[in-house]
Design a binder for this molecule. Structure first.
Ligand code: FAD
Ligand code: SIN
Length: 529
């Protein structure tokens, strides 16, 4: 089954759906999405969406907090767009029916999370993403020019005469097919599943970065992975997120003796930026040899259960009472700051290909994303990408945007693998990549670990060989193998960037280079195949 549309959107999260909403009344829009139509990171978002709508807030203040969290690497122009346009798009969501929690005077109730200087996080209890997804879905799915095909996994871009002409995709039970369009938007979300411990759902395997990179698009900032400090830690269980909003409402991190410990590691304590809290937790676990907990036992139990119903239910499912028990927590891979390089309208380095949301790298997050800025990014830059598609400006990214990144392409010395050896042809499964990444390219990194990871990932990359690039050979590749191909491609890009960046900054921490080094590294690492 080959499909055609004027506009092709890959994914169905906040970025994809807000882009589609911009195409209301335009030409045919085809949306392909890998799982069920509502499956993706957006539906799991808990804490909320940040926007400067409060009386004591301003875009300038939101900008300052975002730049501080980004640790010297944000693209200030992109951040200015995010914070200036954010309130307008959030109000639009409310006008479309988003039921955010309200203060007694009827204004949006605003929460605070780590590294925000004021309360600015709008939320719908602890299931904000589900509410936003519902509103956008109800807006987009009835549009007469929209067709949605679910369980359709994009696996490769079609690039003809240097332009993106669509994608090849694998539909459950129907084999490989082609979707062609004048303009394609990648909105495939994050890559948390590259790690064994993650808050992300199973669809978040970094496919967008993998297929864009394999087609020749520029990618950047991939060494910056955000590890959320507080995922519910139960042996052998997926890491369920315990929102930072819990700490915003007064929850404390304590060690096994019940002592608050974060001030030992950071003057901002429990609400320091996420990277610092995550490392604080890991260090406290190392220091004490014991688990670390979140406690809300000092708060009003009725309020805790009413404010956090989903998290309460998840804890109950694990045999714990959120308001009473100490909840075992630990860091888990949560968010990819890097991705496919775009300009302010979502254009990538390949004409006809745009990108928005977590898969994109607009530069708004720098080295570390400010809490609750991700939904906002998907909303604002999804809308802008949709507008750019509609305006039919048939251009790729402004070359100045790429030049500003000071590209560092691959060199022979970047290779750690032994191409051509027997081990070079070994197949790599997803679980091995995830374990390898967690162990060597996680919260704490060093040259030896990164070299070990890269040697294995280079071999796995070689084993993928031409199969994933050759349209004829592609037909034989299974869905499981495509998934492993994404994990290998993205894992290797993260590890390469982490190995190159010989300093510590934001989400990237090198034990062998523990200091931030602005003289050499106040620049972004970009890669083009
Ligand atoms: P997604 O919502 O992940 O959507 C991506 C879509 O692409 C999905 O539909 C997926 O199925 C599809 N897809 C993927 N690969 C393919 C493929 N190969 N072919 C076709 N389709 C594909 N951020 C905040 O700002 N505030 C929060 O409170 C918050 N809480 C979070 C809680 C959790 C548990 C998680 C995991 C994330 C949270 N985040 C939060 C981050 C935020 O939810 C995401 O960054 C954001 O929703 C990403 O939106 P997106 O549209 O880019 O991607
Ligand atoms: C959370 O609720 O802690 C997640 C918020 C985010 O990822 O921004």
């Amino acid at each position: 089954m080959d499909l055609h549309g004027e506009y092709l959107i890959i994914g169905s999260g906040i970025a994809a759906l807000r882009a589609a909403a911009s195409l209301d009344g335009a030409g045919d829009v085809l949306i392909l999405t890998k799982g069920g139509a509502r499956e993706g990171n957006t539906g799991y978002a808990q804490g909320g969406i940040a926007a400067a709508v409060g009386p004591d807030d301003s875009p300038a203040r939101h900008l300052a907090d975002t730049l501080a969290a980004g640790d010297g690497l944000c693209d200030e122009r992109a951040v200015a767009v995010l914070v200036d346009e954010g309130p307008r798009y959030v109000r639009e969501l409310m006008a479309w029916g988003a039921a955010f929690d309200r203060a007694p005077d009827g204004s949006p109730a605003l929460a605070i999370e780590g590294a925000h200087s004021v309360r600015r996080v709008l939320h719908a209890r602890d299931a904000t993403g589900r509410e936003i997804g519902r509103v956008l879905w109800e807006r987009v799915s009835p549009m007469p020019n929209v067709r949605i095909v679910d369980h359709a996994r994009a696996v490769a871009l079609i690039v003809e005469d240097g332009r993106c002409a669509g994608v090849r995709f694998l539909q459950d039970g129907a084999g490989m097919a082609v979707a062609r369009a004048r303009c394609t938007l990648l909105a495939t979300g994050g890559a948390g599943q590259v790690y064994s411990d993650t808050t992300n759902p199973h669809v978040a395997t970094g496919d967008g970065v993998a297929i864009a990179y394999r087609a020749g698009a520029a990618v950047a900032d991939l060494e910056f992975v955000q590890f959320h400090p507080t995922a519910l830690k139960r042996h052998g269980q997926p890491r369920f997120l315990l929102s930072e909003a819990l700490r915003g409402e007064g929850a404390r991190l304590v060690n096994a003796d019940g002592e608050p410990f974060m001030l030992r590691y950071d003057p901002a304590g429990d609400l320091a930026p996420r990277d610092r809290v995550s490392r604080g937790i890991a260090r406290e676990e190392q220091r004490t040899g014991q688990p670390v907990y979140l406690t809300l036992a000092h708060l009003d139990p009725a309020y805790v259960h009413q404010r956090f119903p989903e998290i309460s239910a998840a804890c109950r499912g694990a045999g714990l009472d959120l308001a009473v028990d100490r909840i075992p927590v630990g860091p888990a891979a949560h968010y990819a700051m890097g991705g496919v390089v775009t300009d302010l309208d979502g254009r990538t380095t390949i004409p006809g290909l745009l990108s928005a949301g977590e898969v994109a790298c607009t530069g708004v997050h720098g080295a570390n994303r400010l809490a609750s800025n991700s939904l906002l990014e998907g909303l604002v830059f999804g809308a802008r990408a949709g507008n750019a598609m509609r305006a039919s400006r048939d251009r790729s990214i402004d070359p100045d945007t790429v030049r500003a990144l000071q590209p560092s392409g691959s060199t022979a010395s970047d290779r750690m693998g032994t191409a051509g050896s027997d081990s070079g042809r070994q197949r790599f499964d997803g679980a091995s990549v995830r374990e390898l990444m967690w162990r060597h390219v996680g919260l704490f990194r060093d040259g030896d670990g990164l070299r070990t990871a890269l040697a294995a990932l280079d071999r796995a990359w070689d084993a993928l060989g031409a199969t994933v690039d050759d349209p004829d050979a592609m037909a034989t590749v299974t869905a499981e193998q495509w998934q492993a191909a994404s994990l290998v491609t993205v894992g290797r890009l993260i590890a390469r960037a982490a190995w190159r960046r010989e300093e510590s900054r934001g989400g990237h921490f090198r034990l062998d280079f523990p200091e931030r080094d602005d003289r050499h590294w106040r620049r972004r690492v970009m890669e083009i195949r």
